[in-house]
Structure formats: structure tokens, C-alpha cells
Design a protein around this ligand. Sequence first.
Ligand code: CAA
Ligand code: NAD
Length: 292
Amino acid sequence: MTVRKVGVVGCGLMGSGIAEAAARAGYDVLVREVSEELIGQGKQRIAQSMEKAIEREKMTSAERDLAVERLSYTTKVSELVDRDLIIEAVVEDLEVKRKLFVELDGLCPEHTIFASNTSSLAITDMAAAVKRPDRFLGLHFFNPVPVMKLVEVVRTIATSEKTVSEALDFARRLGKEAVAAKDQAGFIVNLLLVPYMLDAVRQLERGAASMEDLDKAMVLGCGYPMGPIAVIDFVGTDTALRIAEILYDEYREPKYAPPPLLRRIVAMGRYGRKVGRGFYDYSGEVPVPLPV
Ligand code: CAA
Ligand code: NAD
């Protein structure tokens, strides 16, 4: 069975990136979002990203037009019934994800592969809720999806070889490099990246340096493309907080404990770059640090 039709659930930061990458790779993609307003925002994000890709000579306008034609949108989960692969990229909440997969399980034919893009939940906790755990795996993409080359492929003890091989074909066609990760919360990247990001917030709380200097130090001193505080804003402070809560709940190790400052930023609705404000304000030409 070859994957031809792809479904993406959620058209936020990650869902829009996954949908764009799949459409650019030639797949027929149906995206589900909860409201027409959010579909509009997701479409706009995809259009801006493709515009940037054209500016950077990564694609032509003709390729963009073809990719746009391959994308369609719906607010109804039931319309995903004809998909060969469905990738979930909704909010980082186990109950929301489980409920979605149970609903999809009742609708989709046996061959449909279910994949979660979760950052920090164990795949088994979702796969155990459906009647097709052999057709379930983790496909963890990185933000921004059209640019980042990696996908973590996560199999559970129930995932079949066939499912893994079809998912690997899909990842390759998207131009991604796959790494195999054990089904443990945080997989590979977030086990290492999350303590680093949270530590940067702790250093900020302690007054080790200003947020600009913390970021500048890691960019210029270590050659990272962005500093750790800027990465938290890029991921979304709300998502980063949920990830930290889940990892801390799983491992009970202080390195995953959410710092109080991160909670305060989220409580103020400063969800990061996606809303224009997080640790920094993104309304101008360059990010400006906000009070912390
Ligand atoms: N489509 C295709 N290619 C694009 C593109 C697009 N929309 N936008 C940029 N590019 C390409 C550029 O052409 C360039 O390619 P070359 O190196 O071949 O020239 C490359 O991407 C980088 O371009 P720029 O530096 O000009 O792009 P930028 O400044 O707009 O964006 C960035 C920079 C890619 C975001 C970079 O700052 C970066 O890598 N930041 C770190 C991001 C990061 O850490 N992501 C991981 C977050 S954690 C996560 O995702 C996991 C989780 O579970 C939380
Ligand atoms: P986002 O905040 O940009 O989007 C969240 C999405 O969840 C939206 O589509 C929203 O409509 C949907 N949603 C919210 N509540 C819902 C509900 N009750 N029912 C159904 N849908 C609901 O988040 P994102 O950054 O795109 O993250 C999505 C997933 O991808 C999360 O599991 C996250 O951990 C993971 N992820 C995020 C990143 C990142 O850098 N942001 C990277 C890799 C993986």
C-alpha cells in the first residue's frame, strides 16, 4: 500500500508546516482545523512560508500553485475517511489526542496509518486507545517543518514493519532524514533540548544575564541559529510549558520542571512568536525584550 492521500489534523504552527511539506512533495493533503477562522489563519501561514521559499529560490511560483491545488481544508473530522495516512498536530494534551484518534479509528478503513507529531507524550498512550495499534506510530517533525530536515520515527512494541516502512517512504519523499527513536517521552531531541531551554529561563530568573545576552551568547559562542529564549518563543511558550509539565510528570527530574517565569509568561497570554509576544515582542522589525 502506498500513501497517496494525507490528512493533517490541526493547522497551527506544526500542522500548517506538515501540510505544506506534504503538498510540496506531491501528496493530496486534506487539513482539518476546528473553525473556518483557524483555517484562514493556517492558510495564511502556508502562503507566507511558500512566499519565503520562492524568495529564497527553494521553489518556483508554478510549483507553489501546484502545491496550493493539492491542499484542501475542512472543519469535519469525518471528511478524513479516505486518507491513507493521518498526522495529528493538535494541542499537546493526551486526552484531546486520544479522543481524536478514537473518533478517527471508528471512521477510517483498516489500512489508514495514524501518526502523532507529539513533542513529549508517549506514542503507546495514544496507540493503546485504538483498534489498530499496528498502524500507529510517531512522526515527530521540527519547526519550521519546510526547513528542518529531521523527522523522529517512533515505533511502539505494536507498530508493524509495514507501517514503519510506509512512514519512512513518506518521510523520504518529503526530503526528510529519519532517525529511529524509542517510544519514551521526549524521544531524542526534546530529551536534550527541553532541559537546555528551561535552564536558560532559570538563568534569566537568576539574573545571570539579560535575555538578549543569553541568546546572543549561544548564537555567537556556540553557532546555534537562535538563542534558547528565542527558541522557546519560536516553539510557543504555551507548548513549551505543556512539554515541560509532561516530561516532569513522566521523569520527576528537576531538569524538566517548568520554571515559574515560564508559567507567568503563559498566564499573561504571551504565547510567543505565533501571537506576536512571548519573552520578546515581535511587532517591529527586530524582536524587543518584554518585561520579565
Ligand atoms: N521553505 C523552504 N526553505 C526555507 C524557507 C521556507 N519557507 N524559509 C527559509 N528557508 C531556507 C533558506 O533558504 C535557508 O536555506 P539555505 O541554508 O539552503 O540557504 C534556510 O532555510 C535558513 O534560512 P534563513 O536563515 O534565511 O531563514 P530564517 O532566518 O527565516 O529562519 C530558521 C531561520 C530556519 C528558523 C533558523 O533560525 C533556525 O534553524 N532556528 C532554530 C529553529 C529550531 O530550533 N527549531 C526546532 C524547535 S524544537 C522542535 O521543533 C521540536 C519540538 O517538539 C518542540
Ligand atoms: P499550535 O498552538 O500552533 O496549534 C495547536 C493546534 O491544536 C491548533 O490547530 C488548534 O486548533 C488545535 N487544538 C487546540 N485545542 C484543540 C482541541 N480541544 N481539539 C482539537 N484541536 C485543538 O501548536 P503547534 O506548535 O502546532 O503544536 C501542535 C503539536 O505539535 C503539539 O503536540 C506539539 O507538542 C507538537 N510539536 C510542536 C512543535 C513546535 O515547535 N511548536 C514542534 C514539534 C512538535
